[in-house]
Design a protein around this ligand. Sequence first.
Ligand code: RFL
Ligand code: PHB
Length: 390
Amino acid sequence: MRTQVAIIGAGPSGLLLGQLLYKAGIDNIIFERQSADYVLGRIRAGILEEVTVALLNEAGVGERVQRDGVVHHSIELVFAGARHPIDVHGLTAGKVVTAYGQTELTRDLMEARAAAGLTTIYEAGNVVPQGFDGEQPFVTWTIDGATHRMDCDFIAGCDGFHGVSRATVKDRVREFERVYPFGWLGVLSDTPPVSPHAIVYGNSERGFSLCSMRSLTRSRYYVQCPLDDKVEDWSDARFWDELRRRLDPALAEAIVTGPSIEKSIAPLRSFVAEPMRFGRMFLAGDAAHIVPPTGAKGLNLAATDVKYLSTALISYFKDSTNEGIDSYSGKCLSRIWKAERFSWWLTSLMHRFPDTAGFGQRMQDAELDYLVHSRAASTVLAENYVGLPL
Ligand code: RFL
Ligand code: PHB
């Protein structure tokens, strides 16, 4: 069996890459460890940059995000019990972000892939990328105890932070990492979002909070929590009470509560693996980097890696040039480190750290006050939030 590009992982990176390559007439097969339902059951990102929406359009899957996505012109910061809108649109000469869940985006891509008759091998066991240092890479996998082999021209490692692709080259990778001393407890609920047209980021004495949404009838909220907390410790009532206590009185009053339909705790991490190319294998998305979710960069970074990778592979196959694949890693990393810096900074600014007392807390207070009163400082936040240019 043979394909041009073997893609490992059917998350947003792998599915989007497959779709962009297909549009350009390049054959590809995706190997996914989990079932399609399992992939769709993971509740993750919710905010798309304009470059990500443009890429979905380019891939031919932009119809639903255009129709159902909710455009946001601003964000709000809440601290010291007061709300401070940041006019992201005005500060960036007209840029916006769109609220549209990763689950929906993944569903759109899966449906387009099925409609195009492209192959995705779900529940593929023991997927192993091989031979990529030479001219004839291949992937092996098992199904029902039998091992299979797919020959290819290139392998795309789109298999997330715990995937096999980066693990295969772990001796050749330089890793940079920061782990944060808290997690996010997230709740999804079928209630109207308290702030339908601006994501709210809160810093209070009790810790960070975030009011987000998936649609005008489905909200997504988070509170900072200790890493050793268990989801079972958090009844719905305790969650809503804690969220209210971290917001300003008007927002707290306006929150519509209801039963949670999903509740989970995620750790926060910054991570970058360098480089992102190993002969004929490339890493893309969470396989190569993780950002803490403050600032909503994870999914958007994955999309821009895929933009660079698809462009590089298309020019290799169509124009017989290596230039794109040779510059892939450097181009991605330059953008990734800027998003890493922004996510780390916003995380540091908006959370309560166990070891930050006295002086450190005054620094955070002063920076927040400066941020919302200085047009220059607000502009730095806004232009990073909407996403730096490609
Ligand atoms: P994904 O989505 O992790 O998909 C990788 C896919 O590869 C499969 N896989 C394998 N397949 C075959 N063989 C193997 N050995 C394999 N190992 C793994 C996996 O099953 C999976 O289907 O990576 P991708 O495509 O790069 O997409 C990246 C985004 O998912 C990610 O950046 C964001 O979701 C990050 N993220 C968030 N980003 C935001 O912008 N805002 C958020 O609110 C937000 N919340 C989150 C998040 C990531 C989380 N994770 C990873 C724990 C919340 C969580 C819980
Ligand atoms: C989300 O909607 O899940 C979300 C929004 C903004 C963030 C992180 C997560 O910064």
